[in-house]
Design a protein around this ligand. Structure first.
Ligand code: CDP
Length: 220
């Protein structure tokens, strides 16, 4: 079974996807981490994000894997654990530009589809139910109020030790949503057959229960 979860920035996708994968004993893949990893590589190597031929020429040097370390998913770029580095504000400010580049999307979508061939899977992102797995068994589209998303992401980032203001977080979420919904290649959009969950007033447990009900209904 493939469970595809899409939605706006910081609406709780990865929290739900992780909890679901645990409950179902499925593999969890954070597709956003892959776009973040490419962004990390491009910034580190001073490749201008608006120079598509330059970006394309280094894609072959980018190898992304996931490893389980102490029960948590870590993103590994060319052997280096970058799980924490890719959550920084510098990456937040550039990742949607990277994700709008067609050659980047093509590379990552191919890798995501390969992973989906051999696993029961929960994958979260922006185009999972529309482009990566248009035939996914279960599609969930998540959203939450901007202020709720801002507060949750602010707590998450300050908890990781990042020095950031609530206002900066909010502006970044608005900007990423704008770029992600208006780009030409695979914009963020609800698949016609996705079930929508508004998580604004729901605790993580309530979100998990809602998703499990949706999955059971589809399985029947
Ligand atoms: O967790 P959060 O909602 O902040 O973002 P994420 O899932 O880590 O994704 C970071 C960025 O990667 C998004 O803002 C998109 O620009 C891009 N992305 C995408 O284009 N397609 C995906 N399947 C996943 C992420």
């Amino acid at each position: 079974l493939i469970v595809a979860i899409d939605g706006y920035a910081a609406c709780g996708k990865s929290t739900l996807a992780k909890a679901l994968a645990k409950a179902l004993d499925y593999r969890y893949i954070d597709s956003g981490a892959m776009y973040r990893a490419v962004t990390y590589f491009l910034l580190k190597n001073s490749i201008p994000l608006d120079d598509e031929p330059a970006v394309e020429s280094v894609l072959k040097d980018i190898h992304i894997e996931f490893e389980r370390i102490d029960g948590n998913n870590h993103t590994i770029l060319n052997g280096e654990d970058i799980e924490e580095a890719i959550r920084s504000q510098r990456i937040n400010q550039h990742v949607s530009l990277t994700a709008a580049i067609p050659s980047v999307r093509k590379k990552l979508v191919e890798q995501q589809q390969r992973i989906g061939q051999r696993n029961n899977l929960v994958m979260d992102g922006r185009d999972i139910g529309t482009v990566v797995f248009p035939h996914a068994d279960v599609k969930i589209f998540m959203n939450a109020d901007l202020d709720v998303r801002t507060r949750r992401r602010y707590l998450e980032l300050t908890g990781l030790g990042f020095d950031i203001s609530m206002d900066e977080v909010k502006r970044n979420l608005i900007e990423r949503d704008r770029i992600d919904t208006t780009r030409e290649d695979s914009p963020l959009i609800k698949a016609p057959d996705a079930v929508e969950i508004d998580t604004s007033g729901l605790s993580p447990e309530e979100q998990l229960n809602t998703a499990i009900k949706i999955i059971n209904r589809i399985r029947e």
